[in-house]
Design a binder for this molecule. Structure first.
Ligand code: SF4
Length: 214
């Protein structure tokens, strides 16, 4: 059984898949506490579903793109079986993970969007650096949420030291909502000369920052 906060259909708001129709399976719970977290409602509650129940609901939405997210989706052991079952059913599966749990046992057919927590999140010491070794340049994306200039300096250093431009399908630079000036962030990215991309969370601009299930 898995604890699930919500299952819904929307458009993908982030990553290189932004704008695509997508079904989201948002699992409950996260062992981290990023200070700017926008998903605190997933920390508790939720309902228990079997994988079969989840697959029925996902099928009803009729999207072949499915994202397993949270909270931290990989914090529940059964999530690895859910991902495998979705891949078996020929879904294109995205995993949005906070980077604290090892991705070693994720089905290789799934595409990973791996957060690297920057200092202002308060959770930088909990990054599992072994996850970088498993990145696949044709599939996986890395995301840095930037809250201030210190985070931007940190992200550049981590990208360069780990040769991420060559090792990930995309490097996503995302502003922490309301914490960093968007034009300033765009200027930093444009001037960097790096193979990275700025991303905004589309769903927050369309429906507002506090609306759930979109
Ligand atoms: S890892 Fe994600 S869900 Fe967990 S506290 Fe950080 S932002 Fe929130």
């Amino acid at each position: 059984m898995l604890r699930v906060t919500e299952i819904f259909r929307s458009i993908q708001g982030e990553s290189t898949h932004a704008g695509r129709p997508c079904t989201f399976v948002r699992l409950t719970g996260c062992p981290m506490r990023c200070v700017w977290c926008d998903s605190e409602y997933t920390f508790s509650g939720g309902e228990h579903y079997s994988i079969d129940d989840i697959l029925v609901q996902v099928d009803a939405f009729g999207c072949k793109l499915v994202e397993v997210t949270g909270g931290e989706p990989l914090a529940q052991k059964e999530a690895f079986n859910l991902i495998k079952r979705l891949c078996d059913d020929d879904y294109e599966v995205l995993i949005e993970t906070g980077g604290y749990v090892s991705t070693a046992d994720v089905d290789p057919r799934a595409k990973i969007i791996l957060d690297i927590k920057c200092p202002a999140s308060g959770e930088e010491p909990r990054n599992d650096w072994s996850n970088l070794q498993r990145l696949r340049a044709d599939k996986d994306e890395v995301k840095f949420v930037i809250a201030d200039e210190g985070d931007w300096t940190y992200a550049k250093r981590i990208i360069q030291e780990n040769y991420l431009e060559a090792r990930a399908r995309a490097i996503l630079i995302s502003p922490a909502w309301g914490q960093v000036d968007l034009q300033q962030l765009a200027d930093w990215i444009a001037a960097s000369g790096m193979k990275i991309r700025m991303q905004l969370q589309l769903h927050k601009y369309i429906w507002g920052p506090d609306v759930k299930g979109v």
